[in-house]
Design a protein around this ligand. Structure first.
Ligand code: BDR
Ligand code: CA
Length: 323
């Protein structure tokens, strides 16, 4: 095992079946020091997200990590939950008991501010949700960037979207917030749909997790086996399941598992069919637009283009099956 100090991380999430998978990985990975979790409206309403997050931490036997409630809607638009994917309770309707833990008495922005500045070494932020809390943080307390190592966010897509043909859900839900994140002035890694969808745990492994006597490991299995209602069929039919947001945590714990390119990325804020699209410029040379109209200043983002699926599946299983 590595003798490097654990990386201080904070997850901002909308738990969320796959956010729950991300939390389970973060609390059990010895190379990560999960210092706080902040919640935002996304997959379900923010109170549901807080409840689900506390439940996951409790089931995982995690230490008393502070959890805070954040924004209940995006900066401009109303909240548009994804319960058809994540179930009525937003976390797969697994019938888990209500948590005995409670959120801290401060809001998400206050907790983020406090924990980032209190960390002895720069924090890596891992947003796995719409970026409303992060945008509010950056606008309220811009000085936090001095103690942020980098932001590795799940969101966006180089190729195809899911919420719309071109827009990924987290960015589509609050495009203005995503635009603020991209221009934060700290290194940003985009773990988008192009890699997100590829990391799938085979059915046999999921089956094994579900049979575990450890509640946290078993929960990982049940979450992986969850199927969106829209897809139909009993969850047992085919147990293979995607790591989803947990892949972004893998990308922090083991950055060598993704291949990134530093590329200009811009969020489309225009109303209409492109709203929420992450426009990634992969052209090898300037085009007619730059030749005739000049270049604009654009943010460069480390965009994940490839992922070593086997490596991340192995990492996930080895971590969540730890005693
Ligand atoms: C993202 O949207 C949510 O449904 C998932 O939790 C993930 O963060 C994928 O588009
Ligand atoms: Ca999420």
């Amino acid at each position: 095992m590595s003798d490097r100090p654990a990386i201080p991380v904070i997850i901002d999430c909308d738990t969320g079946v796959d956010d729950a998978l991300a939390l389970l990985l973060a609390v059990r990975h010895p190379g990560l020091d999960l210092r706080a979790v902040t919640c935002v409206a996304g997959n379900t309403d923010v109170d549901g997200v807080v409840r689900n997050t506390l439940t996951v931490l409790e089931q995982a036997g995690a230490p008393d990590i502070p959890v805070a409630r954040g924004a209940e809607r995006p900066l401009i638009e109303p909240a548009r939950p994804a319960r058809h994917v994540h179930g009525a309770d937003g976390m797969g309707d697994l019938g888990l008991p209500a948590p005995t833990r409670a959120p801290v008495a401060v809001d998400a922005v206050t907790l983020l501010h406090r924990e980032i500045l209190a960390s002895p070494s720069p924090v890596t932020l891992i947003p796995t949700a719409p970026l409303t809390n992060i945008a509010l943080l950056l606008r309220t307390h811009p000085e936090v960037t001095r103690n942020i190592e980098r932001i590795v966010f799940m969101g966006g897509a180089v190729a195809t979207g899911n919420a719309t043909p071109v827009a990924e859900f987290n960015v589509w839900h609050d495009p203005e917030a995503a635009a603020i994140l991209l221009t934060a002035g700290v290194p940003v890694t985009m773990y988008g749909l192009d890699v997100f969808l590829r990391v799938v745990v085979p059915g046999t492994e999921v089956h094994r997790l579900r049979a575990s006597t450890d509640p946290g490991t078993r929960l990982a299995g049940d979450l992986l086996a969850h199927r969106p209602t829209a897809q139909g069929g009993p969850p047992e039919a085919e147990e293979a399941g995607g790591l989803g947001d947990a892949g972004a945590v893998c990308a922090v714990a083991d950055p060598g598992g993704i291949t990134t390119s530093r590329l200009p990325v811009e969020v489309s804020l225009a109303p209409g069919p492109s709203r929420g699209q992450t426009i990634v410029d992969r052209r090898p040379r300037p085009g007619e637009s730059e030749i005739h109209e000049g270049t604009r200043e654009q943010t460069l983002v480390d965009v994940a283009l490839e992922v070593d699926v086997e490596r991340y599946v192995k990492l996930y299983l080895a971590t969540v099956e730890r005693p």
